[in-house]
Design a protein around this ligand. Structure first.
Ligand SMILES: Nc1ncnc2c1ncn2[C@@H]1O[C@H](COP(=O)(O)OP(=O)(O)OP(=O)(O)O)[C@@H](O)[C@H]1O
Ligand SMILES: [Mg+2]
Length: 412
């Protein structure tokens, strides 16, 4: 006895419900065009164990299959007719293709015509089995699977990446680090001051300033000081790599991040201005949708106040006004002043005397730290070349003049 065949409507409703239940909206697609059923499910990884799972699951639902295995991590199986010896219409049967090749990791199921009850049940079981693994993996792994770069807590941040900028570090310590490390103190004050309970802890902070002044580095500094994982959300990448689905992907990242309140995170959205600049219509539509997701998610932060979001931009004037208003504080990173430059040089050119670095600082005024770092590296290469050419004795270190030369070459 077999189950009644499900109708198209029933199949669609069932699979849609499954997709919602497992929160697979953006990894799971199916269509029923011209009576041709197609489904694809993106997988975090395809390995031999997974291949075996697919085979045994398929076998449990439908007796006879033929198998093609071309390369490791690739398998294609196709159901046979009831009679093993009849090859008529064999290509019409349900086909499952699992591939881990060329970076694409997918389960694809096709069927010419409608699905039988056994086939639908096979699909449901497969999707459930293959996605169970995902739910089992840790939050950070899932964020990484969704395109974020994740630095687990305890990663070390080299202090020399952020010399000088004492004022900014002080401001960041007071307004971000202290509340982040002592949430109870702030909550206690808020209980005493407010009629309606609320949070005074910053939830979203925007870093602005010209290129190369340490905005990205500061996010690493904060996460490392607070002992929290840093989750880097690459908007540009999400925009280009998940065309048409980028807004869903972004929403998924925020939902994941909020899904485990006990796991606090520093979420860093770099180049947040990439959501406001494009003029091309299609891209514009995509960025507009991403922007609206971001606006919503920044609003919804109330639900998980344990995370802190840091946005960074070097074009604040291009930021959407609504987005700007979502940040509860803005930290502006200026170009380094003379004192900062002296401190940065003390890290990258420690052999120089203080009067020498002070003199160089005058010359380098107006340069961002990234450029200073590069000038120092260039001075080292110039000195190395002179040693190799015999102009400088072995073991010499670059002098003030080398740094001046490196600087003038830079602007040539
Ligand atoms: N205060 C600093 N002291 C020493 N080095 C610094 C400092 N700030 C930045 N740097 C150097 O410059 C590099 C670039 O800094 P960072 O990427 O943080 O700049 P940014 O402000 O994010 O720039 P962009 O706007 O281009 O993204 C760092 O990797 C680091 O080597
Ligand atoms: Mg940056």
């Amino acid at each position: 006895m077999s189950l009644p065949e499900p109708g198209f409507q029933e199949i669609e409703t069932t699979l849609r419900a499954l997709s919602t239940e497992l929160e697979l909206e953006e990894l799971f697609h199916f269509s029923f065009e011209k009576k041709h059923f197609q489904l694809s499910l993106e997988l975090p990884q395809v390995d031999d164990a997974l291949v075996l799972t697919v085979l045994t699951t398929a076998k449990r639902h439908i007796e006879n299959w033929r198998i093609h295995t071309f390369e490791q991590g690739y398998i294609s199986i196709q159901a046979l007719n009831e009679s093993l010896f009849s090859s008529e219409g064999i290509l019409d049967q349900i086909k499952i293709r699992l591939s881990g090749l060329y970076g694409e990791k997918k389960l694809e199921i096709t069927r010419k015509g409608s699905l039988s009850a056994a086939e639908l049940s096979l699909i449901i079981t497969l999707v459930r089995t293959l996605t169970k693994k995902r739910a089992g993996t840790g939050l950070l792994e899932q964020l990484a699977e969704n395109g974020c770069t994740v630095y687990p807590s305890g990663f070390s941040f080299r202090e020399e990446e952020l010399a000088g900028y004492t004022e900014i570090k002080k401001e960041i310590t007071e307004s971000i680090l202290l509340p982040l490390s002592n949430p109870d103190v702030l909550a206690g004050i808020a209980r005493g001051t407010r009629v309606v309970a609320g949070q005074s802890k910053p939830k979203a902070v925007l870093f602005t300033g010209p290129p190369g002044v340490g905005k990205t580095s500061m996010a690493g500094y904060i996460a490392s000081k607070a002992g929290l994982p840093l989750v880097y959300i690459p908007l540009e990448n999400i925009l280009s790599a998940y065309f048409g689905e980028s807004s869903k992907r972004l929403a998924a990242i925020f939902d994941l991040a909020a899904s485990a309140p006990e796991q606090r995170l520093v979420l860093f959205i770099d180049e947040i201005d990439s959501l406001g600049l494009s003029r091309n219509d299609k891209i514009f539509e995509t960025t507009r949708r991403m922007l609206s997701v971001l606006l919503r998610k920044l609003d919804g932060l109330e639900s998980n106040t344990s995370n802190i979001i840091i946005g960074a931009t070097n074009r604040m004037e291009d930021l959407d006004a609504a987005l700007l208003s979502r940040f509860d504080s803005i930290v502006h990173f200026p170009l380094p002043d003379k004192k900062d430059i002296v401190e940065i040089l003390a890290r990258f050119a420690k052999q120089l005397t203080t009067p020498e670095t002070v003199e160089l600082a005058d010359l380098f005024l107006g340069q961002p730290p990234r450029a200073l770092r590069d000038i120092c590296a260039r001075a080292e290469r110039i000195a190395a070349r002179e040693i190799i050419e015999g102009k400088l004795i072995a073991g010499s270190l670059p002098t003030k003049e080398h740094y001046q030369a490196a600087f003038s070459r830079r602007i040539m």
